[in-house]
Design a protein. Structure first.
Ligand SMILES: Cc1cc2nc3c(=O)[nH]c(=O)nc-3n(C[C@H](O)[C@H](O)[C@H](O)COP(=O)(O)OP(=O)(O)OC[C@H]3O[C@@H](n4cnc5c(N)ncnc54)[C@H](O)[C@@H]3O)c2cc1C
Length: 579
């Protein structure tokens, strides 16, 4: 069965989020007036057209055909190389790179939208861009002029692609266990030796060179994460004049056969004294790689939102056309979309997706940090750091549920591969695992961002949510009142949960046993906050459009069906480790 619902980018939502929902034109503020939310909406609409016409048609093909390793070279299915060339030539890689790296420097709030769109149209394809974008940020932050000139410029132009090489057979979550070693050759280069596994887009035939960013240990380095340094290792060596030379000693040993994202080559790479170049200081590897990991973690939030929306769009289209059973209180020609429970499923998905999307824009904007300035700016920088693990952990966990609900809407046909909806469920499953599992996000949140400062950033966040609830009290509208009531109750439960968590400061096993529930609590609450901001923005409109009315229904639904999870999760947090 062909995909009955071609991908439609959520342009209207982004117009609303960028211009209205946060009480300011985020784009105007971030670019100092160079671009406005209207300009950014045009860019997002252009990306949506490109994604729908060039990238989305390859999604099912990538899933069905997967990638092949032949004679040491990985091949993507027909069409991927041309699409990646078109993607780069259209300037989409450059658009998102920072100005300091030679890119166009689109603001973070806009990059959130683009990230969603690339991932919604084809998550496996988007991973190539996502990792390249992350590497661009890492090299921009730490690389020498030589490396910038030789590698960064090619990455920013989209001619070469980037990878992230952390994982080894004995070093997954625990990066301190990395054993790969880099030895200085005395001529400014290093010999890198070791095996890396699970390397996304570790080899392919869609671009002329691949730049591997590799964490390795130097001789005599201390044990653990402190002993790690960062190296650029090209697949093909680069001559002094910038032309491509010989193959470097990096071999693709195998590609993995996976549950999903079949169009993304996941490679086992052997480094056999491959030539590499140090990025930053010896021993500064983890700090350097964190720039890439943070970018990729936010990117996972956009990936989860994108895949969820694709699944929702397909489910909504199917439900609007499928006839089954007499629908309560509706005419004989009412499709399944009108059954109260199917409507529940659809609203469950769409209200969560809006919350995820809005949080992505909010965090993207916060990550631009320097545009905020002043005392509030300093607080926002802390909030940005605080929200990265929540965006990554909460959206990915809930995306698994959203894509599962999409299958439910299809009934039996959802379980059959031809409809295409099962692919989203399979594809999204990895998002809670790579770029740090949900446990690692929650350990980061609880350990570094809550216990360490005795809950100061959470207090700041909850005070801001209180401000929004107070703002809603100013509207004479039933949805505003209900939303304010629910939000205030959830904030109170979150304060209790935070106090309970802080009380575990001296019994860390208790704190870490409930760190994922605590992360999910804050993500769910943040989603309710995003809806509350939307309600406030809609209710100042002089007249109510159909879209405005839909936004109120979505907020009301989220408040009744999703936000109450905060109370259950608060109970769980209070319990600490059981047994
Ligand atoms: C398709 C795919 C693509 C990937 N792409 C890349 C890539 O491009 N580059 C790269 O470097 N890696 C990549 N990875 C690796 C990925 O990041 C790791 O799989 C992930 O970090 C988990 O590591 P692990 O698989 O070794 O699991 P483990 O670390 O063995 O974890 C197993 C379980 O134990 C839990 N656990 C472990 N330590 C702790 C702890 N301290 N506290 C609480 N729970 C803990 C985990 O949460 C998990 O539930 C990819 C993996 C896959 C499957």
């Amino acid at each position: 069965m062909a995909d009955a619902s071609p991908y439609r980018a959520p342009v209207e939502d982004y117009a609303f989020l960028l211009a209205e929902a946060f009480g300011a034109d985020l784009v105007d503020r971030a670019t100092g007036g160079e671009l406005t939310a209207d300009d950014a909406t045009d860019i997002i609409a252009g990306a949506g057209d490109f994604a729908a016409s060039v990238i989305a048609p390859l999604e099912a093909i990538g899933d069905r055909l997967g990638t092949r390793l032949e004679d040491g070279q990985v091949h993507l299915p027909d069409g991927f190389a041309a699409a990646y060339r078109a993607f780069a030539e259209a300037g989409w890689v450059t658009a998102e790179a920072p100005v300091s790296a030679g890119g166009d420097g689109l603001p973070g709030a806009v990059r959130a939208g683009l990230g969603e769109i690339w991932n919604a149209s084809n998550a496996a394809f988007a991973l190539c861009w996502l990792l390249t974008a992350g590497q661009i940020h890492a090299l921009d932050a730490a690389a020498s002029d030589d490396i910038r000139e030789t590698y960064l410029t090619k990455l920013v132009s989209g001619r070469w692609t980037g990878t992230m090489n952390l994982t080894e057979p004995e070093a997954g979550t625990d990066l301190g266990a990395i054993r790969s070693i880099a030895t200085p050759r005395g001529d400014g280069s290093w010999a890198v030796r070791g095996q890396k596994i699970f390397i996304t887009w570790g080899d392919h035939d869609v671009a002329e060179n691949i730049v591997h960013l590799v964490l390795a240990r130097t001789p005599g380095a201390p044990e653990g994460a402190k002993g790690l340094s960062l190296f650029v290792v090209p697949k093909i060596l680069v001559n002094a004049d910038g032309t491509l030379g010989d193959r470097n000693a990096v071999t693709t040993v195998a590609i993995e056969h996976k549950l999903g994202i079949h169009g993304s080559p996941t490679c086992v790479l052997a480094y056999e004294d491959a030539t590499g170049y140090l990025v930053g200081e010896v021993g500064g590897g983890l700090a350097g790689m964190f720039v890439m990991m943070n970018s990729a973690r936010a990117g996972m939030g956009f990936q989860a939102t994108g895949i969820s929306d694709r699944a929702y769009q397909q489910a909504a289209a199917y439900a609007a056309g499928r006839m089954q059973g007499r629908v309560l209180d509706r005419g004989a020609d009412a499709p399944i979309a009108e059954h109260p429970d199917v409507r529940r499923l659809l609203l469950s998905m769409s209200s969560k997706i809006f919350a995820m999307r809005a949080l992505g824009v909010y965090v993207g904007d916060l990550l631009d940090g320097d545009v905020h300035g002043g005392e509030r700016g300093a607080a926002e920088e802390k909030l940005a750091e605080f929200f990265v693990p929540i965006l990554k952990g909460w959206t990915t966990e809930d995306a698994v549920q959203v894509t599962s609900e999409a299958i439910q809407v299809f009934g039996g046909m959802g379980f059959i591969e031809e409809t295409g909806v099962a692919q989203h469920y399979r594809d999204v499953r990895i998002t809670t695992i790579y770029e740090g599992t949900t446990a690692i996000q929650s350990n980061d949140l609880v350990g570094r961002k809550v216990l360490r400062d005795n809950g100061a950033v959470v207090d700041e966040l909850l005070a801001r949510i209180d401000e929004t609830a107070a703002q809603l009290r100013g509207f004479d509208h039933a949805v505003a009142t209900r939303t304010a009531d629910r939000l205030e109750r959830s904030v109170a439960a979150s304060r209790r949960a935070t106090a309970d968590l802080l009380a575990f400061a001296n019994s860390p096993r208790d704190a870490y046993a409930v760190s994922v529930p605590y992360l999910m609590l804050l993500g769910t609450l943040a989603g309710g906050w995003m809806h509350a901001l939307a309600v406030a923005a809609v209710l100042v409109h002089p007249t109510m459009s159909e879209t405005d009315a839909d936004r109120l229904v979505s907020a009301d639904f989220y408040g009744a069906h999703h936000l109450p999870r905060v109370h259950a999760l608060a109970e769980t947090v209070a319990g600490g480790e059981i047994g």
